[in-house]
Design a protein around this ligand. Structure first.
Ligand SMILES: C[S@@+](CC[C@H](N)C(=O)[O-])C[C@H]1O[C@@H](n2cnc3c(N)ncnc32)[C@H](O)[C@@H]1O
Length: 241
């Protein structure tokens, strides 16, 4: 069972950078449910899109798979694929494997510990998923990562990207962020939790604007990306090779 996320409940003398270690892995499912608007619906939509593009005999990659929440929802996918989850946090992968094994995940899958900053070996892929992960990749490495994904995808393969995004205009940005923190309050986070998490994520989570993400995908060679989800400062894109 997933524990409640109370990592930032108590005021800390110094708030250190957000990390995807043990403490976060233990409460991660709850953190996502309460911190990402329409998280369950986003995941449901991802499973539908995977169903549209997955091809028998290919690989479906989840980059930054964390605790394998996306794969767990794909157990009924009617395609003979191999699920490949990549993450650089051993704690996340361990937790993911533990949950997958406990629930008897019935599909072929492998989990790889890799840092997306140091290259990527993707092959025979019909689908690549980057759900809330690109924002944690240093901007300097994003172009190279996108190119590696494009090269590893089969023709007609698709990339699904979900990101926190900045609004184009400062005023809108302020409103969107205000509404986002209101959502966190509605989901039971206190002012202290919101403030400390915000501080921890500064310099760790670096969002682009929507148009910058679209340019990144096009620059790698993808056809015109489509928006499949948008809620204030969160956005889902799907692009085809
Ligand atoms: C917000 S979580 C992703 C959530 C997950 N995709 C989901 O939908 O449930 C971001 C994940 O990316 C991983 N990550 C961040 N930077 C990474 C890097 N440079 N290389 C590999 N994984 C990274 C983190 O360890 C974390 O598990």
């Amino acid at each position: 069972m997933t524990k409640r996320d109370e990592i930032y409940l108590v005021p800390k003398p110094i708030v250190s950078d957000f990390s995807f270690g043990q403490e976060t892995a233990a409460v991660f499912d709850d953190m996502l449910d309460r911190s990402v608007p329409f998280y369950a619906e986003i995941q449901r939509m991802i499973t539908e899109l995977v169903g549209d593009f997955a091809v028998d005999g290919t690989n479906v990659y989840d980059l930054g798979c964390s605790t394998c929440a996306t794969f767990r929802r794909l157990s009924d996918l009617e395609r003979d694929v191999t699920f490949v989850g990549i993450d650089d946090s051993q704690a996340m992968l361990d937790r993911g494997r533990e949950i997958m094994e406990a629930s008897g995940f019935p599909r072929r899958y492998e989990l790889q510990r890799r840092d997306l900053h140091s290259g990527l070996d993707i092959h025979d892929a019909s689908v690549v998923i980057l759900c809330l992960t690109l924002q944690f990749v240093r901007p300097l490495h994003r172009e190279r990562l996108m190119k590696a994904i494009y090269d590893g995808l089969n023709p007609q393969g698709c990339l699904i990207v979900v990101e926190k995004v900045l609004a184009g205009e400062t005023l809108m940005n302020r409103f969107f962020i205000k509404h986002y923190y209101d959502m966190k309050r509605r989901n039971g986070y206190s002012e202290t939790e919101i403030a400390q998490k915000r501080e921890a994520l500064e310099n760790v989570l670096i969002p682009y604007r929507l148009d910058e993400n679209v340019a990144l995908l096009r620059g790698a060679g993808f056809r015109e990306p489509e928006i499949f989800f948008k809620w204030y400062n969160f956005c889902g894109l799907v692009a085809v090779k």
